[in-house]
Write a new protein. Sequence first.
Length: 136
Amino acid sequence: MAKTPKKEVPPTEKLTDLEYKVLREQHTERAFSGKYWNTKAAGTYVCKGCGKPLFSSATKYDSGTGWPSFYAPVEEDAVGTQIDRSLFATRTEVHCAQCKGHLGHVFEDGPEPTGLRYCVNSASISLVEDKTSSQG
């Protein structure tokens, strides 16, 4: 598989070992192990690599997979995709459109209105909570 071209990582970027492996080396965290797989707090999920807003809690749902799942990004151009042929399968990789950090994969088995499931690693995102809302 061709790797997603990454922007130069600023020397001030602070990532844990797992965050670096996921964002910069396209690894995947174990199911049900990430911080956000079961989070219900309202807010915006941003890229841990660069801070770009990626997904809203309003589009997050329980897919039963053990990873945070969303049916749409905050804006169509917030994420990019490319074919991933690793692990003897063909999937569609999702990455941050700004820093090209690996987020996860998108599948066509999600809920309406998009029918998409953006299956994202918690290690690649941070939740900026909306303190004015009280979701679940």
